[in-house]
Ligand binder design. Structure first.
Ligand code: TMP
Ligand code: MG
Length: 219
């Protein structure tokens, strides 16, 4: 138990392909934390409620078109407009769960063919997650799940490329921070309960807070 000496909440990101079960698992995790009386909050990117988010939403529903680089920068700006609330929540002791983050930003745009380093640049210096859970599912499994195909990127070939990019991001992020793994791959092809347990095992050491200072991504 590190409860006593902790000075901030943990920043936990959930990433994965479309229909990998991220949103359901993030909701279950939030409930589990709240049941354990751990102050926790759930965020999601894109946050479609802001002015930038509304533009992104319309693009994803194919109601509008935008240059690939322009939409990439808007996804990043959508994170930057919430960066201060992320760090204040963490510093006030709240554990923050985040459904998608900068890794999705890079994976989806690089999958379209934009240069990887160019894609990463605008997200450099964002608050760095303490842990990223990558819910890994085969694109052909995701395809069979409900709702698939409703939005712009939900095509099997695109998702296959996105998965390759996530795997690269995982390799580059898989160092340990504060003695813990920063990137954990979860087999999201399992039952909902099994995925939930794997997630809990990875998250549990962080839920009583972390002592190391909040870092910035890729600095
Ligand atoms: P959502 O289904 O989680 O709301 O995400 C919407 C889509 O946007 C999903 O296909 C992933 C994609 N995406 C990006 O292309 N770049 C980003 O930065 C983020 C956060 C999501
Ligand atoms: Mg989606």
């Amino acid at each position: 138990q590190t409860g006593q000496s902790s000075n901030r909440g943990a920043f936990i990101v959930v990433e994965g392909l479309d229909r990998s079960g991220k949103s359901s698992q993030a909701a279950r995790l939030l409930e589990r934390l709240q049941t354990a009386n751990i102050p926790a909050k759930l965020m999601k990117f894109p946050d479609r409620t802001t002015a930038i988010g509304k533009t992104i939403d319309s693009y994803l529903r194919s109601e509008s078109d935008l240059d690939d680089r322009a939409i990439h920068l808007l996804f990043s700006a959508n994170r930057w407009e919430l960066a201060t609330s992320i760090s204040s929540a963490l510093h006030s002791g709240t554990t923050l769960l985040c459904d998608r983050y900068a890794f999705s930003g890079i994976a989806f745009s690089a999958a379209k063919g934009l240069p990887y380093d160019w894609c990463r640049a605008p997200d450099i210096s964002l608050p760095a997650p303490d842990l990223t859970l990558f819910l890994d599912v085969a694109p052909e499994v995701a395809r069979e799940r409900g709702g698939y195909g409703e939005e712009r990127y939900e095509k099997e070939e695109m998702q296959r490329q996105v998965r390759v990019m996530f795997q690269r991001l995982g390799e580059e992020t898989s160092g340990s921070g504060g003695g813990r793994q920063r990137w954990v791959t979860i087999d999201a092809g399992q039952s909902i309960q099994a995925v939930e347990e794997d997630i809990w095992r990875a998250v549990e050491p962080l839920v009583h807070g972390v002592d190391n200072p909040l870092e910035r991504l890729w600095e």
